[in-house]
Design a protein around this ligand. Sequence first.
Ligand code: HEM
Length: 181
Amino acid sequence: MGYYYILNLAFHARRRPFLELTPEALGKYFELKWFVIAHITTGGGSLILGFIQFWPSLRNCSWKAHRAIGLLYLLAVLASSICAVILAVTTAKEVNWAYAFSLQIWVTVWISSTVIAYYSALKGRYTLHKEWMVRSYLVTLAFIISGLALKTSYIQSLGSFADISPSLFWMDGRYPCIFTR
Ligand code: HEM
């Protein structure tokens, strides 16, 4: 619960809609509030678990722990992305079709890159596993970067949320491809 409270503060410094859980505070998310809460909580979990996996001294400290944390990362991404699919075909459509479509594509990339990374590890192909884990984690980070960028006055001055966000998601989504080349 404390962890969920911190996530709320991080994402909504002034408003705290996901703590109040009322129709007024949650708006379009009210009907699907448990999916949103599960999405944010497990998405935040994937950020922390992914960070631990990439920290060299933590990773090399114990291979058993690396495997267990890796499995938790996979489960966190799967849970968060299943909720994201539901939100992308419901609440996101209220913004516009382009916004909902770009989120549907990126949630597909998020699930696929994570499952490929896990499958490569199971098959013992560790170079491939590392490459796909980097992609998976960069996709996770890209959505946080987009979310924060959308809150800056410079990005907001370029146009409305509905106009700007699809282009920003596509631009940020390219980082995993560029950085892993
Ligand atoms: C590839 C990764 C991700 C995808 C595709 C994704 C997708 C989505 C979608 C479809 C929504 C609903 C948007 C709407 O109805 O307007 C949403 C909302 C949200 N997501 Fe994610 N998400 C991702 C990663 C994350 C992560 C890692 C976090 C971190 C905790 C997160 C936190 C949130 C929050 C706080 C909201 C509510 C946004 C608001 O303030 O209105 N997401 N996400």
